[in-house]
Every structure is written in structure tokens, then in C-alpha cells.
Design a protein around this ligand. Structure first.
Ligand code: XMP
Length: 512
């Protein structure tokens, strides 16, 4: 396993991705990790990430320099290299000008990190400081590559298997970056490319058994990929010691609860309790139009319902959650503090403490696409694995204004038609999300010979990589036409369909 010390670079998750894509397991730790903890992990190599700070700032993050005494190969990237050189007695200087963007890498030493690389290929630079190679470098260290602006674009301390690069090998803009990382992993650290979802599943199953022993575990199944995969993995490990609780809040898509029952109870034979709570949610939401209030009410009602159901199962010791890696490392990277809350996502983080349960989070070191692959490995239905994201508060944030059983029904029907056509057109997987929104206004129409005064449905379809930014999808007019026709003809109470052509930012993906 490779340990990545996170100095706060916006790219640190990318480093982890690259390492894992090369089938080597890795974890990210904050610079405050102790030497004892590192020794316990026994990494085969350490990568020191970049970061926004300058090594001379008082508040810049520092790791314990004893890390350089461990005898483990080290790769310092940008700030990580500055930290290494500074700790080894070299000089880091503020560059006259910041270097940002593409640069040509002139390789001087092709042994080690740059083995097999083409010369003068481009690499991605983003830095203020650099290593001063004009005065002196610490003994044993020499420059292995430079760019037109940076003499020491890469350095090596071969005897100790320590390497530094000023550029970012982890980003796509450095075409030979993968080769650099692979050289570090395989040639320098001697790792084996053996990490796969199969091996992950085997280890996770053993770990769950070891933690849970003969205890009982509960898990809130939402129908999303994360909780489904977590449930399957835990079920594989401990069978019926796991009870899943599926809260039907009435805000789910058409037939969702039915489909979940068919999949998890009938097909996978899992121990699930279905709680019908639509009435309770709808009465708590009655008359509420403010999106944040809706979210808070739904979050609180969920916790109440879940807790009541969980208390009916005697002797529960553990609560399992489908927490993913980005959820737990996000806080490490933001040295600048938490960002502004745009939408408070439905959060049940306080649940374990309130119920005095221990937490089991078997996916906490995985990225989303890895969870999907794990789902496939565990035999989860393809349709479930490849699902578009669905927000915790469900259709409540897609019904603008007051939520009633009638309006919910209209939206469910419209949404089902939309998804059917998106699938039939082959667009479901190409889109990040596609859904219908019920607007709080009526418009005049004509149907047969009669004047109608009915609801307006908006269609939202976006492409995105990570939901942070999104673009409206250029769906073919023909497909939009079919969707509009079918919704207006088949869904009673709708006489107009509009297509949302706004991107994020400045809009958000959901309407509320
Ligand atoms: P926005 O609307 O903020 O959404 O652009 C970004 C992504 O987050 C989902 N989303 C939510 N997910 N609880 C969730 O679990 C929420 O309250 C929530 N609000 C938005 C949204 O569907 C999109 O994928």
C-alpha cells in the first residue's frame, strides 16, 4: 500500500485515483499523522502531495521529518518536494513569477522515475516556489529534469529512493504522468499491481466479520448505489445478522419501493424491513415551501422513523453506512475552512451517537466508480449499479411549492415517462441526471375543443463529472418532442412541458 500525505492540493484525490488505477491500494492521511501510525500502516512508498502553501509560511502544513528516516521510497510533488528538500537542508526560493500551465520537460536522467519517458513532452506546472539548484542541493541530490523556466523541475536522491517533481504527474495535462507514477510504484517501491475489487471485497468481508463478530447490524437502505453496495457486502460477510431498514417516505420515484422489494428481498434474499411512512412525511411537510425547511423536516422525520424501527430490533450494536472516501477526506483538504452552505444535504451523521451504536463503514476508502465496480463484483443488478444520483429529500425538492399527494402523483407519472424515454433513446448513462420538476404555476392550454388550465412540468437533463459543475444536455429535439407529447397526453393534470437550459453555476442541478 502507498501512503499519500495530503498537504492540501486540489489534486490529492487524483493522486489516489492514479495509484489505484495502477492496481495499487493507497490511502490519504493528513500531515499530522504520527510516525508510529505510519510504521503501523507499513507503506511500500509515500507520496507527499502538493499544496497551496509556501514552505516558509508559518502556518504551512508540515509532516514529521522523521518520515525521511523510515527507509521507505518517497515521491514529493510540488509542495511535497519543497517540504522534502527543505527538511533535507536544501533551499526553496520564491519564483519571480508564478509558473502555471504547460511546460516542456527536458529529462537529464532517465534512470528511476523517468525510465522509458519521451524527452520534451509536456507537463503541467502550477507553482510559485521552486528548488534553488544554483547554490547547492543537499548532498546526494541531483537535478533529473528541467523546464525552460525551472532548472530543478525534478530531483532525485537515488541512494535513499527519494524523488521530487515540480510538475503534477497526476493530472491529465501531463500525458506521461501515468508512466512517472508507475515507475515510482513498480520500479522504485516494488509494488505489485494486485489490488482489485475482488481482493478488496475479500479483505472487507474478513474485516467486517472481525469487527462485528456475532453482533447485529442495521443499515438504512435508500435504493442508491452506496447503501445498496454496503448492504450486499455486509450481507456477504454476516448474512442475517444484518437487517436493512427501507423507509418509504412517499417521495421516491414511481414503483421504487416495489422494485427494491423485488431486488433485495426476493432476488437477493436479504433481511429487510419496509416502513411505510408516506403519510407521516407528507403531514410533516404540509404547507412547507421553503427548500431548506423541506430538507430539515425530511432529515429529522427520517431519523425519527428509522430510530423507531431500529429499536424494534433487539440487541443491535452496529449501524452500517455507505460513506465514501470523498466524504471523509474532504475536510482534510480544505485548510481554508468549510465552504458556504448552498444546500444543506440531508444528513444523518448524528444518528449513531444518538442511538449509541458503533459505526461500520465498509466503503469509506472507495471512490464512487470503485463502489460501482464492487457492486458488479458482488452481483448487484446492472440497473442498480449504474443509477443516476437521486437526492436524499427525493421528489420533495422537485415539487416547487407545496407538496401534496396529488402533486406528488403528477410528478411521479411525468418522471417515469421521462426516464422511460431517456432510457429508450440510449441517454440514461450518458447523463449525470435526468428528471422532471413540477412547477408551482398553471398555464392555459387547449385539449380537444376544451380550454385547460393545468400544471407545467420542467425537464432537467445535465451532463457532469462530479456535480460540482454541470451543463444542460443537448438532447435531440426529436427525443424532447416525444417526451413532451407523452407527458402531456398521459399525465393527467399537465398541459405544458418546458426544457431547462441552464448550467451550473450559476444555476444548480436541482431546482430547490
Ligand atoms: P445541486 O442541486 O446542489 O446538486 O447542484 C448537486 C447534486 O447533489 C444532489 N442533491 C442532494 N443530494 N441531499 C442529497 O442527498 C440533498 O439535499 C441534495 N440536494 C441536491 C443533486 O441531485 C445533485 O446530484
Amino acid at each position: 500500500m502507498i501512503l499519500i500525505i495530503d498537504f492540501g492540493s486540489q489534486y490529492n484525490q487524483l493522486i489516489a485515483r492514479r495509484v489505484r488505477e495502477s492496481k495499487v491500494y493507497c490511502r490519504i492521511a493528513p500531515p499530522t499523522i504520527s510516525i508510529e501510525a505510519i510504521k503501523e500502516i507499513r507503506p511500500e512508498g509515500v507520496i507527499l502531495s502538493g499544496g497551496p502553501s509556501s514552505i516558509y509560511e508559518k502556518t504551512s502544513p508540515k509532516a514529521d521529518p522523521a518520515i525521511f528516516e523510515l527507509g521507505v521510497p518517497i515521491l514529493g510533488i510540488c509542495y511535497g518536494m519543497h517540504f522534502m528538500i527543505d527538511a533535507l537542508g536544501g533551499t526553496v526560493k520564491g519564483a519571480g513569477k508564478r509558473e502555471y500551465g504547460f511546460a516542456e520537460l527536458h529529462i537529464k536522467d532517465r534512470e528511476g522515475l523517468f525510465k522509458g519517458l519521451e524527452d520534451n513532452a509536456s507537463c503541467w506546472m502550477s507553482h510559485g516556489d521552486s528548488i534553488d539548484s544554483t547554490e547547492h542541493l543537499p548532498p546526494g541530490i541531483h537535478v533529473t529534469a528541467s523546464t525552460d523556466n525551472t532548472e530543478a523541475a525534478a530531483v532525485a536522491f537515488k541512494e535513499k529512493k527519494m524523488y521530487g517533481v515540480q510538475f503534477h504527474p497526476e493530472v491529465e495535462h501531463t500525458p506521461q504522468g501515468k508512466a512517472v507514477i508507475d515507475n515510482f510504484l513498480f520500479d522504485i517501491c516494488g509494488c505489485e499491481p494486485s489490488w482489485s475489487m475482488k481482493s478488496f471485497a475479500e479483505e472487507a468481508v474478513a474485516e467486517i466479520r472481525d469487527t462485528v463478530k456475532d453482533g447485529k447490524v442495521i443499515l438504512g437502505l435508500s435504493g442508491g448505489v452506496d447503501s445498496s453496495v454496503a448492504a450486499l457486502l455486509i450481507h456477504k460477510a454476516i448474512g442475517d445478522q444484518l437487517t436493512c431498514i427501507f423507509v418509504d417516505n412517499g417521495l421516491l420515484r414511481l414503483d421504487e419501493a416495489k422494485k427494491m422489494k423485488a431486488n433485495f428481498k426476493s432476488r437477493l434474499n436479504m433481511n429487510i424491513r419496509f416502513v411505510k411512512a408516506e403519510k407521516r412525511f407528507l403531514s410533516a411537510l404540509k404547507g412547507v415551501v421553503d427548500p431548506e425547511k423541506k430538507r430539515k423536516i425530511i432529515g429529522k422525520t427520517f431519523i425519527d422513523v428509522f430510530e423507531e424501527e431500529a429499536r424494534r430490533i433487539k440487541g443491535v450494536e452496529f449501524l452500517a453506512q455507505g460513506t465514501l472516501y470523498p466524504d471523509i477526506i474532504e475536510s482534510v483538504s480544505t485548510f481554508g475552512g468549510p465552504s458556504v452552505v448552498i444546500k444543506s444535504h440531508h444528513n444523518v451523521g448524528g444518528l449513531p451517537r444518538r442511538m449509541k451504536l458503533k459505526v461500520v463503514e465498509p466503503l469509506k476508502y472507495l471512490f464512487k466508480d470503485e463502489v460501482r465496480r464492487l457492486g458488479v463484483e458482488l452481483g448487484l443488478h446492472e440497473d442498480l449499479v449504474q443509477r443516476q444520483p437521486f437526492p436524499g429529500p427525493g421528489l420533495a425538492v422537485r415539487i416547487i411549492g407545496d407538496i401534496t399527494a396529488r402533486r406528488l402523483n403528477v410528478l411521479k407519472q411525468a418522471d417515469a415517462v421521462l426516464l422511460e424515454e431517456i432510457r429508450a433513446g440510449g441517454y440514461y448513462r450518458k447523463l449525470w441526471q435526468s428528471f422532471a420538476v413540477l412547477l408551482p404555476l398553471k398555464s392555459v392550454g387547449i385539449m380537444g375543443d376544451k380550454r385547460t388550465y393545468e400544471n407545467v412540468v420542467a425537464i432537467r437533463a445535465v451532463t457532469s463529472r462530479d456535480a460540482m459543475t454541470a451543463d444542460w444536455a443537448r438532447l435531440p429535439h426529436k427525443l424532447l418532442g416525444i417526451i413532451s407529447n407523452r407527458i402531456i397526453n398521459e399525465v393527467k393534470g399537465v398541459n405544458r412541458v418546458v426544457y431547462d437550459i441552464s448550467s451550473k453555476p450559476p444555476s444548480t442541478i436541482e431546482w430547490e
